[in-house]
Design a protein around this ligand. Structure first.
Ligand code: ADP
Ligand code: MG
Length: 739
């Protein structure tokens, strides 16, 4: 049977190898393997002389095996195979294999070939441990191979366990040579219009390049393929979402919204007003709104969302507000109730005539509270239902869900958004909010099925936050830090002290499993490969330390983290909001959304363990009132990368600039954290952190929306449809794995 891109790899290569590739690289089909781009290329003729080897060098040599011996390893199972290479001129190099895996049958004295790896030193001799190699079979073959290496760039694939780069290369070549003419997902007209080479040619250039920038040109085409399939998925999703009309929500005059606006204690910013207008128009239409609202921390997104919620309530519907943490959900309920005043006492004696009520639904509330909230949601008594993931669960029902608001979107995936959407009989309007500014490449892919609005300005009169890095190894500085906290407290202000972990109250925590879902952030902590691992400061230890600090004697201090039960968390947050606590020692549970204007100072302990955007988010908790804010980033001997991150955060308060830096700092995999990747799975070729891919994505986006607009089911583009289906399969699999 013919080999196609859909053919399982097990039909092309040995079963064991196919299993390895599936497990370690996620490669299942011939197409997957063809799409597996080399990590880098060795330039033609770049063979190393055995006489020039240095430890640490990555080399490729042509040599002959002169001796080989296998012996049992001491204290370990299996054999140690040592082979010695010679160049015939007296220079030697050792090869070692632990647990020899059949190499002893191939590496017999007299065989010649290519050997590649990183030179190490052992007992004064240079060696390659587990090198990659390709043996010559006879002189003709040797001549051909040498000629090949002299004239071609050699792709180097990242090796996996027992499968080496050379082996992967041979498999890829086998795949290239045996696959039926490669199908091209890009329609011919598009290829012509964009001047794109064929996919088959691109694969040749990527895997068997000869000269110059062939790999780069081939890869650009593969990137386009990836971008196009991705954008078609988004375009179809959008098409689907718009196929069933929404109920237009037109608020009659004289309702909740008008009453709320009348009692608003501040002027809306221009941005808030503009976005408000866009939302009102979309809510009034029958095309389901699907909008992302990005806004700098503290730009006042909540008011914008609340006004949209009130509009739909006035029009007879309900709104759901999904928050990533219990702390934030509870705070939203508190602040919405406070802002609404008697407008939130619908149905209560003394409540407003037009009023509604606000319900809270979380996973850990009492059964009675939960039951009441469920009833209020189902009966429609609650115009606004605020909740955490608990909102998404199956038995939660609404009388008439008109608007879904998702706060701090970066904590949620598309699946959750969809699950909430499904709770309405007609498609609800959806507003997603994030304080993490999203670079255009990411916005176009991860949030590519949504329209976006941005709140750039902060409300007038917002005091600046000054940020400094504190060297934790200088006792004077540390002392001064706590003094500053004490000074703020003495002036009646409040302080946050943020630690990277909860602490070691129970053995589980000591073992490092110290985070609950709420304490884990998508934006860090950034793993630091630089320094030696050191014990990170825990919330409880910090609490004890502050209690013992004479500067803070008399200060009211409490802890807050994700492991506390809901009631304690809520009570602590309430007390802090009410000014009954001076210092809150917390994990990153306070990272998003927490809004206490009287808090003026924040100390981030072990700040080098946090990511750029995360620090910016954290810092957004202060400077929300009228007094200036102070943010102290305490770090112990940060490595160069961490020092750079800290300097960046201290250097600018522009969240968009920091988001750009953050992308540049982090590795690709982290850009699309598991929960963010919902709509797109992972990307193989595109580099969302690099501006140079922006053009490819935006071209592909234009093409994809045009294609889907004209042919939503892709009936006329079977090859593109197949590529899209394969992509969706991968996502399904990834989603199931994540659970
Ligand atoms: P974020 O966009 O980070 O979610 P919030 O919605 O929590 O910001 O708003 C931050 C604070 O600013 C809140 O205390 C809110 O009441 C206040 N606020 C919102 N809009 C304005 C405004 N136009 N003028 C003054 N204060 C405002
Ligand atoms: Mg917020």
């Amino acid at each position: 049977m013919a080999v196609t891109e859909q053919t399982p790899l097990a039909r092309l290569v040995r079963r064991g190898q196919a299993e390895q590739l599936a497990r370690t690289k996620g490669l299942h089909t011939v197409g997957d393997l063809l799409d597996y781009a080399p990590r880098r290329y060795l330039q033609p003729g770049q063979l190393t002389d055995l006489s020039e080897l240095r430890a640490g060098q990555e080399v490729m040599v042509v040599a002959e095996v002169v001796r080989a011996a296998s012996r049992p390893m001491r204290g370990r199972r299996g054999n140690l195979l040592t082979a010695v290479l010679s160049d015939g001129l007296g220079h030697e190099l050792d090869l070692t294999f632990f647990g020899s895996h059949g190499h002893e049958n191939k590496l017999r004295p007299g065989v010649r070939g290519f050997f590649a790896g990183t030179v190490g030193a052992y007992h004064g001799r240079l060696q390659l441990a587990h090198p990659d190699y390709e043996l010559f079979a006879g002189d003709d073959n040797a001549a051909r191979l040498v000629e090949h290496y002299r004239t071609h760039q050699i792709p180097v694939y990242s090796a996996t366990g027992k499968i080496y780069s050379f082996t992967i290369r041979r498999m890829v070549e086998l795949a290239l040579d045996s696959v039926e003419p490669v199908r091209d997902p890009v329609p011919a007209q598009v290829r012509e219009a964009r001047g794109l080479m064929s996919r088959a040619q691109a694969l040749e250039l990527v895997h068997r390049p000869r000269v110059g920038d062939q790999p780069r040109r081939g890869l650009a085409r593969l990137k386009y393929d990836e971008a196009l399939t991705l954008q078609v998925v988004l375009a179809q999703r959008r098409h689907q979402a718009e196929s069933v009309p929404a109920v237009p929500r037109v608020p009659p005059p004289g309702g909740l919204l008008a009453a709320f606006d009348a009692r608003l204690p501040f002027e809306l910013t221009d941005g808030q007003r503009e976005v408000g207008k866009v939302l009102a128009e979309e809510l009034a239409g029958d095309r389901p709104m699907n909008r992302l609202l990005q806004g700098e921390v503290g730009s006042g997104k909540t008011v914008v969302a609340l006004r949209a919620m009130l509009a739909v309530i006035d029009a007879g519907g309900q709104a759901a507000l999904l928050a990533p943490t219990e702390v934030l959900a509870a705070q939203h309920v508190r602040s919405i109730r406070a802002m609404l005043g008697d407008l939130a006492e619908g149905g209560l004696l003394g409540g407003s005539e037009i009023g509604t009520s606000v319900a809270l639904l979380t996973g850990s509330q009492t059964a009675a509270a939960r039951k009441r909230a469920l009833l209020d949601a189902a009966s429609g008594a609650a115009g606004i239902v605020v909740g955490t993931h608990a909102l998404i669960q199956q038995h939660v029902q609404f009388a008439d869900l008109a608007l879904v608001v998702v706060d701090e979107q970066h904590r949620f995936g598309v699946e959750q958004r969809d699950a909430l959407r499904d709770k309405a009989t007609r498609p609800p309007h959806v507003l997603v909010m994030t304080a993490t500014p999203i670079p255009r490449t990411v916005a176009m892919t991860v949030f590519g099925d949504m329209e976006t609005s941005t709140l750039r300005e902060l409300p007038r009169g917002r005091p600046p936050v000054a940020t400094y890095v504190v060297d934790a190894e200088r006792p004077g500085w540390v002392e001064r830090t706590w003094q500053r906290v004490a000074e703020e407290v003495a002036q009646g202000h409040q302080a946050y002290v943020v630690c990277p972990r909860i602490g070691d109250l129970d053995p589980d925590l000591a073992a490092g499993r110290d985070s609950t879902d709420e304490d884990v952030s998508d934006w860090g902590p950034v793993p630091d490969e630089e320094g030696p691992t050191r014990e990170l400061t825990g919330v409880h230890a910090m609490y004890d330390q502050l209690r013992a600090n004479p500067a803070l004697s008399g200060a009211r201090i409490a802890v807050l983290h994700g492991r506390l039960d809901a009631e304690t968390k809520d009570a602590t947050m309430r007390a802090f909001t009410a000014g009954e606590l001076d210092v809150l020692v917390a994990t990153t549970v306070i990272e998003v959304g927490v809004d206490v204007p009287n808090a003026t100072v924040m100390v981030v302990v072990d700040a080098d363990r946090f990511g750029v955007s995360q620090l910016h988010q954290l810092r957004g908790r202060i400077g929300r009132g009228s007094a200036p804010g102070l943010c102290l980033l305490m770090a112990t001997a940060p490595g160069p990368a961490a020092a750079e991150r800290l300097a960046a955060v201290a250097g600018t308060s522009d969240g968009f600039e920091l988001a750009r830096l953050d992308l540049a700092f982090r590795r690709e995999g982290d850009v699309l954290g598991a929960r963010q990747s919902g709509s797109t799975g992972s990307v193989r070729h595109l580099r969302l952190g690099r501006p140079e891919d922006e053009q490819i994505i935006s071209d592909a986006r234009e093409d994809a929306f045009a294609i889907v607009g004209a042919d939503p089911t892709l009936a006329g583009h079977p090859d593109l449809a197949a590529a899209v289906a394969a992509r969706l399969d991968d996502e399904q699999a990834a989603f199931l794995e994540r659970g």
